[in-house]
Ligand binder design. Structure first.
Ligand SMILES: Cc1cc2nc3c(=O)[nH]c(=O)nc-3n(C[C@H](O)[C@H](O)[C@H](O)COP(=O)(O)O)c2cc1C
Length: 210
């Protein structure tokens, strides 16, 4: 099923050219009610699965709440989010919780567990953009409530939630959120985070207009 996007994308403005998917990725809160087909969801998790990780430990897992398949379960998962996130996520057809394994099998702390999960989530997000979906990540949820609801074992931590679905109209959002959706996207300049020789010293090997 092909669904025509209802919102315009808000491409990154760059001083140097970047990959088209990275340029087109942004975190919209506007979703269509249309379901996300299983084969599309499968592609998202394949993309996560093939992410790099320290020692190939793959310390990630995901819990899925699909509003179309199970509206009651979706409502319970939605309730774990902060109220400000619930207002717009209630329109998304899919809500995911991304979980990392912080304690290894040998009982030792996995110092790169969140990093590895972040790479897997980025893979999933970029794949979603390629498939024409909107995705927005959220740190705003009750981790204890998520742990209880999803029976997350000790040593595993829920890190981020993701709302995703086909693009929908921004008119369904509150005025405040619609304004945020349309606000200019901002980024720090390269000079503020690319250093040469020492932290804080601008790397002179790049040229920039700024
Ligand atoms: C770890 C993480 C937590 C976030 N938490 C929230 C959140 O709770 N609610 C929300 O609306 N957006 C949240 N966001 C989305 C960011 O606000 C958004 O990515 C950022 O403003 C940059 O916008 P862009 O993704 O469109 O480039 C989160 C993003 C990340 C990566």
């Amino acid at each position: 099923m092909t669904i025509a996007p209802e919102t315009t994308t808000r491409e990154a403005t760059t001083h140097y050219p970047i990959n088209d998917l990275l340029r087109r990725r942004w975190s919209s809160r506007a979703f269509a009610a249309a379901p996300v087909q299983p084969e599309i969801l499968g592609s998202l998790f394949e993309a996560a699965r093939w992410s790099p990780s320290a020692g190939n430990g793959q310390p990630w897992s995901f819990v899925v709440a699909d509003k179309v398949r199970d509206p009651e379960w979706f409502a319970r998962a939605l309730a774990v989010l902060n109220p400000s996130n619930q207002t717009w996520v209630q329109r998304a057809p899919i809500l995911l919780f991304a979980i990392t394994r912080r304690i290894r099998e040998d009982g030792k702390e996995h110092g790169k567990a969140q990093y590895d999960l972040g790479l897997a989530v980025q893979g999933l997000v970029v794949q979603a953009i390629d498939l024409g979906l909107n995705v927005r990540q959220m740190g705003g949820f009750d981790a204890d409530a998520a742990r209880d609801l999803f029976a997350i074992p000790a040593g595993h931590d829920p890190v981020v939630a993701l709302a995703l679905g086909h693009p929908g109209p921004a008119d369904d959002l509150s005025d405040d959120l619609r304004e945020k959706e349309q606000a200019p996207r901002e980024r720090k300049p390269l000079e503020s985070f690319v250093f040469g020789t020492q932290f804080g010293r601008v790397y002179e090997g790049l040229t920039s207009d700024e």
